[in-house]
Ligand binder design. Structure first.
Ligand SMILES: *Cc1c(COP(=O)(O)O)cnc(C)c1O
Length: 419
């Protein structure tokens, strides 16, 4: 990827603010407090977020109150579990502004949702058809399409990035054409931390009658999303990055798009009728939720969404903006440090001239700084930048100025040793 620009320390003029930033929500997250008590500074929320107490209470409450399977039972515990489970579907629909809860499918992860789509659309694609992705996609939004293309002799088209790390719209206008059957792109890169120009991209694909898939796994964490305003056919995100439990992915689909999917995992719950020679399947969502779902996790995700809904949204975004600017300002002041792309949220990747990312990560780890080092599940992106890896710092709403202070002082000590 020639020409992807990076900040240098010369662009910095601002004087750093004192790191007095307080998170009013920190005490709601026992995990962040437990890690801090252990001397660990958690700066890896883009990999998975810490959980609010309300979510832990809901998780324990479901089991301690009497577990029961959903949808089949007529008894009280079963009805109660079903009601709580379906209430989360309603909450997710409201969270994403989906027209109906029936358009929300629970999967086991965002990764599983991409695989569901690739399998579900396979028979609709013909040799020579084109699937368009971008150069910054997470492996979850690359490998299912790549392998589908190999199986069906499709062409996988990869859109390049401009010098800011944004998908190049001029090139997209050239490459999205009558053979394009599907566009699958990320809303917010998990490496570069910048919002992508989805509106014009989706319009290009829709003008060709192609289906559109948005990877909202990071986007949904950093701002309220509206799938109807976005106008995509499918939107995928994940509970565990949205302050919910792991084991739950979310797939939103427009009704006409969901109707195009072949059923994939087969088994209990997803069928209407079967005998030994044939079967008929339910429509979405239950037709795509074979077997016992992650009941406790889905119910607990509902509690996470209630918690997030209870927060003052403008205070949350002001806090995240402050974390972002203090992080960027601090990084830009370090000699030889280069940011990848132009991050606009508190999710930032960087490299340091003449310092191997693994050496730096090792020294940060030794000082209790939990950042991520490597290719961040986007190997082709890093390769395209000519890098074997980078360090990523990603913050959640529980992080505060003291975390940043510890990070920068550990960074300075490490750089003194290495540079
Ligand atoms: C984490 C992530 C995924 C995969 O999500 P899982 O639920 O962990 O499978 C996909 N895309 C992006 C951009 C991610 O950050």
């Amino acid at each position: 990827m020639p020409g992807l620009s990076i900040y240098t320390q010369q662009t910095v003029l601002a004087v750093p603010k004192p790191m007095s930033l307080i998170s009013p929500w920190r005490a709601d997250f026992p995990g962040i407090l437990a890690l801090a008590a252990e001397g660990q500074t958690y700066l890896d929320s883009a990999a998975t977020a810490q959980k609010p107490q309300a979510m832990l209470d809901a998780l324990l409450g479901y089991y301690a109150g009497g577990a029961a399977n959903v949808h089949r039972a007529q008894h009280l515990p079963g009805e109660r579990a079903t009601r709580a489970f379906e209430a989360t579907r309603e909450k997710v629909a409201r969270w994403l502004n989906a027209p109906s809860a029936q358009q929300i499918i629970f999967t086991r992860s965002a990764t599983e949702a991409f695989n569901l789509l690739a399998y579900g659309l396979e028979q609709r694609l013909q040799p020579g058809d084109e699937i368009v992705i971008s150069a910054l996609e997470h492996h979850a939004n690359l490998l299912p399409w790549q392998q589908l293309a190999l199986r069906r002799q499709l062409k996988l088209v990869v859109l390049s990035l401009d010098q800011h790390g944004l998908i190049d719209l001029a090139q997209a206008a050239q490459l999205i054409g009558p053979r394009t059957r599907l566009l699958a792109v990320s809303q917010l890169s998990n490496v570069l931390g910048c919002w992508q120009p989805l509106e014009p991209l989706l319009a290009l694909a829709q003008a060709q009658g192609a289906l559109t898939v948005v990877d909202g796994t990071q986007g949904v964490v950093h701002g309220r999303q509206d799938v109807q305003a976005l106008g995509c056919d499918f939107y995928i995100c994940s509970s565990h990055k949205l302050y919910g439990p792991d084991g739950v992915g979310l797939l939103y689909g427009r009704t006409h798009a969901l109707e195009q999917l072949a059923h994939w995992q087969l088994g209990g719950e997803m069928l209407l009728h079967t005998d030994y020679s044939s079967a008929s399947f339910r429509p979405a969502p239950l037709g795509f939720e074979a077997g016992t779902p992650p009941i406790a996790s889905v119910i607990a995700l509902g509690a996470s969404l209630d918690y997030l809904n209870s927060l003052n949204a403008s205070a949350v975004s002001a806090h995240e903006a402050a974390l972002h600017s203090q992080l960027i300002t601090g990084l830009q002041q370090r000699q030889g440090l280069r940011l990848l792309g132009t991050p606009t949220v508190a999710l930032v990747s960087f490299v340091v001239d003449a310092v191997h990312h693994a050496d730096l990560a090792h020294l940060l780890t030794e000082q209790g700084i939990a950042v991520r080092a490597g290719h961040h599940c986007a190997m082709p992106l890093l390769q395209g930048l000519g890098l074997s890896g980078a360090i990523r710092v990603s913050l959640g709403l529980y992080n505060d100025g003291s975390d940043l202070q510890r990070f920068f002082s550990a960074l300075d000590q490490a750089l003194e040793l290495l540079q």
